[in-house]
Design a protein around this ligand. Structure first.
Ligand SMILES: [Zn+2]
Length: 90
């Protein structure tokens, strides 16, 4: 069963990978690269996927509201975050 899910996840990751067409070049030290590669191997994911997910999660905290739902003010036509003012819906 575990192998079934693992195969399913790997297939999804491969098809996700096909949609990623833009590339960036990041210069890092040899030591950083080796460390990133080791972390990806330990996590059992491709290094590009590990970097994408890690950076993506960080970017979301910078660009978008991550405040808890208790700060959400909801109107029938929209919703706002009372903490940062971001329009969340509508
Ligand atoms: Zn907010």
């Amino acid at each position: 069963m575990l192998n079934y899910y693992r195969t399913e996840i790997m297939e999804k990751m491969m098809s996700d990978e096909d949609t990623k067409t833009a590339q960036i070049l990041v210069r890092v030290s040899e030591e950083e690269r080796d460390e990133w590669k080791r972390a990806a191997e330990v996590s059992d994911v491709p290094m590009s996927e590990m970097i994408r997910k890690t950076v993506g999660a960080h970017i979301r905290t910078i660009l978008y509201c991550t405040h808890p739902l208790e700060f959400r003010i909801t109107y029938p036509w929209s919703a706002f975050c009372d903490k940062c003012g971001e329009r969340l819906v509508g």
